[in-house]
Design a protein around this ligand. Structure first.
Ligand code: ADP
Length: 412
């Protein structure tokens, strides 16, 4: 007679341990399967695996194949033959193996799973592969929804900007159109009084053609902006840029009885910019300055907007070109200082509050910065100055067509 009390207790404890182990693995949301290398025998499969793939190794092998795991061609019949892992150090095999694509789409299930695989030495000494597949469909769906949402938000942002642009385009186009109309009126009155010679006519017609081209460029650049393309960079000289701006600014400011002055330092280096966009920034700042002078109801000797362009930085190689737009208006209230560039912030009854927001986007796309300050005399605000600079090295920084150089229509 043998006392079987202890072996029976051990056997019961082992069975209980086995049961606990299986219960835990069955409760997992992930599918867990174990199969020997080169065999179709399924050594272990938890409940989720059996729900998904049944009682065969097909699912296990399909997951491995889709995840890019090295496969062995061995079958049960050839299991004693040399397998494809021969010669590999055991350490390599028993370390966790990261499949090529951790997230794979399983057609059969219509789900995304995250795959993990590991080689183990099974209890009987055989080399086996354990595959864990976690259902990540919900995460994938959420990521896709978030991406779609983001795209939608960006599109809405651009549309809002475009809405504002529709009015600013009308405003911008007004300037070249007014210039064309002025030149035409000039020709008509001179031809009526027979004071028009051929050279003069040629000169004026060239100016008209130039303004018409400019109107076309404005429309083109605004369209490009809405399509979120990069600025169209080209080498531009600050003086030539200011000549264009002066021509347009003088026309609109003269009508408002505001004097316009432009001071450009000599020998400024060329910039690599989108000249039409930078001209628009200057025209916007000049227009804001004129609005401020108007609303402050300044007397005729204090109605001016001035633009100064100079080099910034020390040494003979300037680091940046600085543009200052100074007006003689009433400035902005201190509590609004941080809100000037906010989208839709406006203190004007007919303002949309997008002008400065757009100006800042354009300047930052050129790797520059913009700031504003009130000007005081004896404690009284006598004007306002907007300053922006564009680095001279911008010629090598943003590349046309590159994301880095693209300007965003940031809202807020
Ligand atoms: P909008 O001109 O449509 O109001 P902007 O974005 O160009 O939009 O300007 C936003 C606000 O910033 C203006 O409403 C005004 O209060 C303030 N602002 C802009 N430029 C000046 C300036 N030169 N002087 C004083 N305030 C200014």
């Amino acid at each position: 007679m043998n006392d079987s009390t202890i072996p029976t207790r051990i056997a019961r404890q082992l069975a209980a341990a086995q049961e606990r182990f299986r219960t835990v693995l069955d409760a997992l949301d992930a599918s867990v399967s174990v199969a020997p290398i080169g065999s179709v025998e399924l050594l272990f499969a938890n409940r989720r695996y059996r729900q998904w793939f049944g009682e065969t190794t097909d699912g296990h092998l399909a997951l491995l194949a889709q995840g890019g795991a090295p496969q062995t061609n061995a079958t049960d019949e050839s299991v004693d033959a040399v397998d494809s892992f021969v010669g590999l150090p055991l350490d390599d095999l028993t370390h966790s193996f990261a499949p090529d694509h951790t997230d794979i789409y399983v057609q059969q299930l219509g789900r995304w799973v995250e795959l993990k695989s590991r080689y183990l030495t099974w209890v009987d000494g055989r080399l086996v592969q354990m595959v864990i597949a976690v259902d990540v469909t919900a995460r994938h769906d959420a990521e896709e929804r978030a991406a779609a949402q983001e795209e939608h938000t960006q599109a809405v942002g651009r549309l809002i900007t475009m809405g504002e642009m529709a009015s600013s385009v009308a405003h911008e186009l007004n300037q070249p159109l007014a210039a064309i109309s002025n030149y035409c009126a000039g020709i008509i009155s001179r031809s009526d009084s027979a004071r028009l010679d051929a050279a003069e006519l040629h000169d004026v017609l060239e100016k008209i053609a130039h303004q018409a081209q400019r109107a076309g460029q404005i429309v083109q650049h605004i369209r490009a902006f809405v399509k979120r393309s990069a600025p169209q960079l080209q080498v531009a000289n600050p003086r030539e840029l200011m000549d264009q701006v002066t021509e347009l600014a003088e026309i609109s400011l003269r009508r408002r009885h505001i004097t316009f002055e432009s001071l450009v330092d000599d020998d400024l280096p060329d910039l690599c910019i989108d000249p039409v966009l930078v001209e628009q920034v200057l025209l916007n700042l000049i227009r804001n300055g004129a609005d401020s002078v108007d609303s402050a109801e300044r007397p005729s000797d204090r109605r001016s907007v001035k633009v100064c362009v100079r080099a910034r930085g020390c040494g003979c190689e300037p680091a940046a070109i600085e543009f200052r737009v100074t007006d003689t208006g009433a400035g902005f209230a201190a509590e609004n200082a941080n809100r000037l560039y906010e989208a839709f912030f406006s203190t004007k009854s007919d303002g949309m509050g997008m002008g400065l927001n757009l100006c800042r986007s354009i300047i930052e796309a050129h790797r520059g910065r913009i700031s504003a300050t009130n000007l005081y005399n004896d404690g009284e605000v006598v004007g306002c100055r907007f300053t922006f600079w564009i680095p001279v090295s911008a010629r090598s920084a943003p590349h046309p067509g590159s994301q880095a150089g693209s300007y965003s229509n940031s809202i807020g």
